[in-house]
Design a binder for this molecule. Structure first.
Ligand code: SF4
Length: 282
């Protein structure tokens, strides 16, 4: 009798675990899609103007640096599509991973599909930049890496425009809001890993401190929405040249009541060209 009960329990446990696995799998709508043929052709005069290099003419081998970086650069991006499932009033589940954020939970409430993504300048360019000794050259190389990340983000954004149906596209990145802190990189990477070999395909790795390697990488979730959203809506910072939407202090109470208030981590907010948070659907 005892053996029969144990046996029945075992069968039930296997059934539940199989069911959970199945449920998790059904949340993956499209497995990892890798974008690794991304052209990189930075504009020397635009870069020089942005970095105000005119005063350094002759002191910096910009043309040579750009030529070298273009030869090496392999920016990449990868995304997978998931079905987000609301779990509580301030958490949402994606591919069996729980994401804790009131703002994310509210923003995803009308979305049937959410894309998790990673984009990067690529390990090749990062190694090249780190191998430079001259501090001035390293500073410029940093900007070149940023440009390569921008190229990857533009291609990613175009690819996702074909996948996400809705008036606006909204992107959110862990670490950009106190309500969705950097530690949330862990469930994001775990969910993405379920869809394929992200690290193998992009070279992006998550460190113990939840930062990414290469440094010029960006991860996040992108989805279609009937309403515009950018972190700036919840950010009281004055005189920010990168602001994309006006601050709406009453929106916290009206739409995100219970969310953690707080300033943003400047490292991930205001980043172009993911001006995508405001981009309209086609
Ligand atoms: S870009 Fe500026 S205004 Fe917008 S969230 Fe970042 S710091 Fe705030």
């Amino acid at each position: 009798m005892f053996e029969e009960i144990v046996g029945a329990n075992l069968v039930f446990a296997r059934f539940i675990s199989g069911l959970c696995l199945l449920l998790r799998r059904t949340q993956i709508l499209k497995s990892l899609n890798v974008l690794d043929r991304i052209g990189f052709q930075p504009d020397p005069s635009a870069l020089a103007a942005r970095l105000r290099l005119d005063t350094l003419t002759g002191a910096l081998p910009l043309e040579r640096m750009l030529a070298g970086s273009v030869r090496l650069a392999r920016p990449r991006a990868a995304f997978a599509l998931f079905e987000p499932v609301a779990r509580s009033r301030d958490s949402v589940e994606i591919a069996g991973q729980v994401f804790s954020s009131r703002v994310l939970r509210v923003n995803l409430s009308g979305a049937r599909t959410a894309a998790l993504f990673v984009a990067t300048c690529g390990v090749e360019l990062e190694r090249w930049a780190q191998g430079l000794d001259d501090p001035l050259e390293r500073w410029v190389a940093d900007e070149i890496c940023e440009e390569a990340l921008g190229a990857a983000l533009r291609v990613l954004e175009d690819a996702l425009d074909g996948e996400l149906d809705g008036k606006y596209r909204v992107s959110m990145n862990p670490g950009s809001l106190e309500d969705w802190p950097l530690t949330e990189q862990e469930p994001l990477f775990c969910a993405l890993e379920r869809s394929g070999d992200v690290a193998g395909a992009t070279g992006v790795e998550l460190t113990e401190s939840f930062l990414m390697k290469p440094r010029k990488s960006l991860s996040g979730v992108r989805f279609a929405s009937g309403e515009q959203f950018a972190d700036c809506v919840l950010c009281p910072r004055r005189d920010c040249s990168a602001r994309r939407m006006p601050y709406e202090p009453e929106r916290f109470g009206r739409q995100y009541d219970g969310a953690r208030r707080g300033s943003l981590y400047a490292g991930t907010c205001g980043r172009e060209p993911l001006g995508g948070p405001l981009s309209e659907g086609r």
